[in-house]
Design a protein around this ligand. Structure first.
Ligand code: 5GP
Ligand code: MN
Length: 357
């Protein structure tokens, strides 16, 4: 492969490539050379996504899992918490083990190489973070979030890429593993790209992304069926919850074009709220022409979980970092509020007024 050409094609200006003991400016071919050196058939490989894994984290992790397995590597796949129901159909989902302090420590400790897919800091794995940090394995991060942690050995991350799944595809290509891709892997990677771009409505304007899609379609994946399985696979209660939230709970702060919805534990129970249900719901207020930022606040046992989505240059990553102990992307971020539920609404309104004024 011609790396100079590859670099141009990929618009590497925004790629962070760091090699252990090397400088930030180290060339791509060095990264591949170094990773190839450690990635050998005798090694135990573990792949993990982030806590509350979404389509991208799952699709990218599983795509890599299938490919490495087909290539003859010893590879296992873990998630720090359960999969949302609408992702459980993904090929290989049954091979995923969920992190558990008692039963997973051994797998983490025995790993020689750990791939981090779709997150920029070990803290995003929540309860698994301490074990992962303590593990002596070489950590390889495949991601597209800004500001990756310095503590990772190998980072391949590009904020211009549509998704971590696209990064996974490019990693597979660069490592010369494309011959081990199959329909299952392609289905998973496609799902990751599709979900993270909200069905190709955002973060998908680079021609290269569609070249990847074109490559994936050659494996005979059923694009329409994937869309259907992801988007038309929810419970009736979730649809009723959406109706209730939009009619009763959605509020607008017009002076800053800001929308928010709060959901209490009691409401979560009443509508049988499931992991991942917030996705899709938090986007809906943005369909109103003069709403630029949408927030959903979900009461948990120990904190209030925040999800944020925005239009154009309204930066919810920075907003979340400043007020909600979180982060993410410019147009999709998350965080937490450590306050009583009753005090949260006031805090949200004041934060939005202060930040977006
Ligand atoms: P969601 O709203 O679906 O939970 O997350 C949207 C985006 O924000 C994802 O890219 C996710 O990785 C990121 N994100 C969600 N929660 C947090 C958080 O607590 N901290 C950070 N740093 N990022 C988050
Ligand atoms: Mn994600």
């Amino acid at each position: 492969m011609n790396f100079e050409k590859y670099k141009c094609n990929l618009r590497l200006k925004n790629i962070y490539l760091r090699i252990k003991f090397y400088s930030v400016k180290t060339l791509t071919k060095d990264f591949i050379k170094e990773v190839s050196k450690i990635l050998t058939k005798d090694k135990e490989i573990l792949i993990t996504g982030h806590f509350n894994p979404d389509g991208d984290s799952l699709g990218g992790s599983l795509g890599l899992f299938h490919t490495l397995k087909n290539a003859g590597f010893k590879v296992s796949i873990m998630m720090p918490s359960d999969l949302p129901g609408f992702m459980k159909w993904l090929p290989g989902a049954e091979d995923i083990f969920l992190y558990n302090k008692k039963t997973s420590l051994q797998a983490v400790n025995e790993a020689d190489i750990i791939f981090y897919v779709d997150f920029n800091d070990e803290s995003r794995t929540e309860f698994a973070a301490a074990d992962l940090k303590n593990s002596k394995a070489v950590k390889v991060m495949l991601d597209h979030h800004p500001q990756p942690s310095e503590a990772i050995d190998f980072i391949f991350s590009d904020t211009e890429m549509s998704s971590a799944s696209e990064i996974v595809f490019r990693f597979i290509e660069m490592m010369n593993f494309k011959k081990y891709l199959d329909k299952d892997a392609a289905t998973c990677i496609f799902t990751g790209i599709m979900t993270d771009t909200l069905n190709f409505s955002v973060n998908s304007s680079l021609p290269e992304t569609f070249k990847v899609i074109s490559e994936l379609l050659k494996f005979g994946i059923d694009k329409d069926k994937i869309y259907d399985k992801v988007n038309n696979n929810f419970s009736l209660k979730r649809l009723k919850l959406i109706g209730y939230l939009l009619y009763e709970k959605m509020k607008i702060v017009p002076e800053v074009s800001f929308s928010y919805m709060m959901i209490s534990k009691e409401e979560l129970r009443k509508f049988d709220f499931q992991a991942g249900d917030h996705e899709g719901i938090v986007n809906m207020p943005l369909s109103v022409s003069n709403v630029n930022v949408s927030l959903i606040a979900i009461e948990n046992d120990d904190f209030i979980k925040i999800s944020l989505r925005s239009k154009e240059d309204y930066d919810v990553n920075l907003f979340s970092r400043k007020y909600f102990n979180g982060g993410g992307h410019k147009n999709a971020a998350g965080g937490r509020i450590y306050k009583a539920y009753a005090e949260t609404e006031k805090y949200i309104i004041e934060s939005a007024k202060e930040y977006f004024k």
